[in-house]
Design a protein around this ligand. Structure first.
Ligand code: WTA
Length: 632
């Protein structure tokens, strides 16, 4: 493994100070641990107005030589990817570093054979099988820009993304297994390609044996193509600032943003953050339950772990198949040491009860992690006690698609944890809070808008094809700062607590209320499992507070439960935050990454439930129907 880890709190403080005093020197030292074809001319060149940020400009490298080739001598026979199938009866697959290298080189040759050149955009729409990681790395090896689209998106979302990046190749599979369902990926791809004329070739992996159409001249089978290539592939030599990938993320307007990450900075930061946050030790089995279709999967299933020479697990299935004990069973069977998941998964498994947890031996766990949304106090304690048995520090990692890597988090067992707090920025990350007037807040115990005032290596460089939108969204709100869109509180000890998107702020009778704040107050009620708050037009207060609440058990008397909930809100947040309307629901409209689609709830709450826009990215569109019927 490269470099040394931070080992105690004093180390962290020292390292942080160093990183602020001389960021160039700090990151240059980290960069020296990698394999470069040519060293950089200049460490950092930046301007947050244009904005234009370059790290290690003039350097030449290939990220896959750092993920794979340089490990071959020292850990060629170590498992790089440990894959667990959706179906518990299907055999798991262990792929060593040697085998992964061979697979990546072979598939890079397949890409070449199909006309791929450096700089081409390649869309990947695949299930969570090892070939997805192989496809990603093969693109990086040949210098093509991968754009992974989560395999739950609709054909329309897929064609929009292909068209936005003008991709010439689509890599997909006949189908994908998720729980007891088979997702017909090739037929969805066929629909998408009807509206995506830029696709010249479609490479299809056989996974489910679903019968599909293959279009002559356009569609080719992955396994047949492999028969025609050899397994040597000289990595394309890339410039530090050449794009590595595009990943789409939703914005406040409808059109998704193609976030662009580049090679060198992303490589250095994902490795550094991976080994420090999770305190990865030689031989550990690390499991991140995200999908590679999201940034968490890019940075902390594929790149960060492989750069660090780790054993990274990939799981094809879902937490509740065949039952809600699946995660815990996998942990027991594979002796997982580090487990990284999302609060939404934790809460939903908590709601299923301990009968699904207690049968399993979870004593291998050393570190737990969460990502993607604020974790409420109750879920934090459940995770800590029932899963970690009080012995495994929880890292609450705050970051974004745009930041490329973890920005604010405790370092497992090394820096202090605090429930519901992401705690402290990583070395090199110069965060700050901004007040109503756009001024930096210089004292603690206050809330503000979270910004970053100095570049870090893995930051996004642009939105593909729309640099103006990049500037407008992130760099124009506050001068010389990257604006995250999140609200944040810094407590008396300087610890950061993310309070949720500031675009979710509700102004009620002239008071600013954080939706996340009200939600966590309501979640304190013993019968409440999860809450989503949105605003709706209110003639007197400007905005009314509308609460959608999931209960553990159906209330005998809904009216008195509403009263109890509001008493709690009144007590915790203040009477101003009391919900005007409370609707009990059995589920919330969520994206597959667990984000509540507030846009939909806002429309329903404001009585405009006919025109809900695109709901194809929802995990379970049927909840919307139910919610519409119960409007208060
Ligand atoms: C939210 C996911 C609270 C936040 C890596 C951010 C969090 C958005 C946390 C980015 C956390 C992520 N605590 N909120 N630990 N982590 N968020 O782009 O609002 O899918 O802006 O990246 O998720 O989501 P994205």
């Amino acid at each position: 493994m490269q470099g040394n880890r931070i080992k105690n709190f004093a180390d962290y403080k020292k390292e942080y100070q160093k990183s602020i005093k001389n960021p160039e020197l700090f990151w240059e030292k980290k960069a020296e641990n990698f394999f470069w074809r040519k060293k950089w001319d200049i460490v950092l060149d930046w301007d947050f107005v244009t904005p234009d940020v370059k790290w290690f400009d003039g350097g030449k490298l290939n990220i896959t030589e750092n993920c794979l080739d340089r490990h071959l001598e020292t850990r060629g026979d170590q498992v790089a990817i440990k894959w667990i199938a959706n179906n518990p009866d299907e055999k798991a697959r262990d792929i060593t570093y040697k085998e992964l290298h061979l697979n990546v080189c072979s598939f890079a040759n397949v890409l070449k054979r199909n006309g791929v050149k450096k700089g081409d955009r390649i869309c990947i729409y695949m299930p969570m099988v090892p070939e997805l990681a192989i496809a990603v790395l093969s693109c990086a090896r040949i210098g093509a820009i991968h754009s992974v689209v989560f395999a739950g998106f609709s054909s329309k979302s897929l064609s929009d993304r292909i068209n936005d990046a003008d991709c010439n190749i689509l890599i997909t599979a006949d189908g994908g297994f998720r729980g007891d369902k088979v997702i017909p990926l090739k037929s969805i791809s066929d629909d998408a390609m009807k509206n995506a004329p830029s696709i010249e070739k479609c490479i299809v992996l056989k996974r489910t044996n679903t019968s599909i159409n293959m279009m002559n001249g356009r569609d080719v089978w992955w396994h047949e193509e492999l028969e025609n290539v050899d397994s040597n592939f000289d990595a394309e030599i890339m410039n530090s600032e050449d794009p590595l990938f595009i990943l789409y993320t939703s914005g406040s307007t409808g059109k998704p943003k193609g976030i662009v990450h580049t090679n060198a900075g992303y490589m250095i930061y994902t490795e550094y953050s991976f080994k420090n946050v999770f305190q990865y030790e030689e031989g550990d089995i690390y499991w991140c339950t995200a999908d590679i279709g999201w940034i968490t999967g890019h940075s902390y299933i594929v790149y960060g772990p492989l750069l660090s020479g780790a054993t990274t697990m990939m799981f094809e299935g879902i937490p509740t198949y065949p039952d809600a004990g699946r995660f815990w069973k996998i942990i027991e069977e594979n002796k997982v040491n580090i487990f990284y998941t999302a609060p939404t998964a934790i809460r939903s498994l908590e709601a299923k009860g301990l009968d699904f947890v207690t049968p399993y031996d979870l004593s291998s766990l050393k570190v737990l992690g969460t990502v993607g949304e604020p974790i409420n106090e109750d879920a934090w304690h459940w995770y800590n006690q029932e899963i970690g048995k009080g012995n495994a520090p929880i890292v609450d990692t705050w970051w974004q698609t745009e930041t490329g890597g973890i920005m604010i988090s405790n370092l497992a067992g090394v820096t202090p944890a605090k429930p519901t707090f992401a705690t402290l920025p990583l070395p090199g990350i110069q965060t700050c809070l901004i007040d109503e007037n756009g001024q930096e807040i210089l004292k603690n115990s206050v809330e503000g808008k979270l910004c970053v005032k100095f570049p870090w290596p893995s930051m996004a460089r642009t939105i593909y094809g729309d640099h103006n939108r990049f500037r407008e969204t992130y760099f124009s709100k506050f001068k010389n700062k990257y604006f995250t869109g999140d609200g944040c509180l810094i407590d008396e000890d300087g610890m950061y607590r993310i309070t949720g998107r500031v675009d979710d702020v509700l102004v009620v009778s002239g008071h600013n209320l954080g939706t996340a704040e009200i939600e966590s107050a309501i979640d304190e009620h013993e019968n409440v499992c999860e809450t989503a708050i949105v605003g709706y037009p209110h003639t007197i207060k400007g905005n009314g507070v509308y609460a959608f609440v999931i209960c553990h058990h159906q209330a005998d008397d809904e009216e008195s439960l509403r009263k109890e909930i509001n008493e709690l809100v009144s007590k915790i947040v203040g009477p101003i935050a009391k919900a005007d309307k409370i609707q009990f629901v059995s589920g919330l409209p969520k994206t597959r990454s667990g984000k509540i689609m507030r846009r939909i709830l806002r429309k329903i709450a404001s009585g405009d439930s006919e025109n809900l826009g695109d709901t194809s990215t929802l995990l379970d569109p049927s909840v919307v129907k139910e919610i519409k019927c119960g409007v208060q």
